[in-house]
Design a protein around this ligand. Sequence first.
Ligand SMILES: [Zn+2]
Length: 338
Amino acid sequence: MKAPEDMRLRLSIAVAMCFVFSLTLGACARAKDTASNAEASTSASAAPVQTAADSSNSSADPTAVPSFNSARSMQYVKEIVAFGPRPIGSINHKKVEEYIQSHLKGDEVEDDSFTIDTSEGKFPVHNIIAKYPGTKDGIIVIASHYDTNYPLRNTAYIGANDGASSSALLLEIANQLRGKKRAGYSVWLLWDDAEEAIKLPWTDDNSVYGVRHLAQKWQGDGTAKKIKAFLLEDMIGDADLNIEHEQNSTPWLEDMIYQAATRVGYQSHFFARLIPMEDDHLPLMKLGVPSADLIDFDYGYDNVFWHTTQDTIDKLSPKSLQIVGTVTLETAQMLDKK
Ligand SMILES: [Zn+2]
């Protein structure tokens, strides 16, 4: 994914201002404490909301706050990064495809395979879509790319946060959806491929190959009209989790995500900053499909770990996976009732 060119400058200024402020007043640390306290008190006071939701929730699982196994999803992150770098066209990429598919045995899975012709040559691309039926006519798509950055293919770059965290999140969401019909829309989990730019700089034409292909297909076969929301997960494992208020996303869907985060007591991790991102959601946005990018684009000081060999599992936290997983499932339940 890509942020606007002036993002780094603006980020640096914001961080520098906070640093100066904290030197003089120690306010930033206190502000963070206050946020944690607010989260704790909101969690406690969220109980009546959950009870109210319980009574109106007709899903097979009556629990208002969706369950999410953070330890198991973290184990999936470990197993994915253990394959090493997973750029398109590599043996490791093939191994991850097989790894994802091995977790979806017995599920309805669509393989969307094709070849792309790029400035760096031809590559096979493989989107994997697992479909879980619901009682309502319509589809919620939850997506994550699983390839690692191609220009970094000859380094030790393993994309623990960028690619692995969100792909692991979807594997755990699959566990939550499997074996029961949702009392709501169908959910399609999409592990999409070739998100990363094949060559720098990132352009609309040399990136997001997998989702661009699907958007065209879904427009042609009528699927796009049935998609109620496209929820994209990207870089969601950072232990210091701050999901962006993403400016290119659909405003009402962003509002709903924040409401969902508030209902489950995790809103202090959401929307502290408003920034536009170019990511896998844009091809769907262009078709008029309501879409949102759940992304934390402040990964280490000034996003310093992003697209470096420092993107390793020690920077991640199972708690962050739980926060994003729970809020995503809560958002899906809110969409069901919309
Ligand atoms: Zn990336």
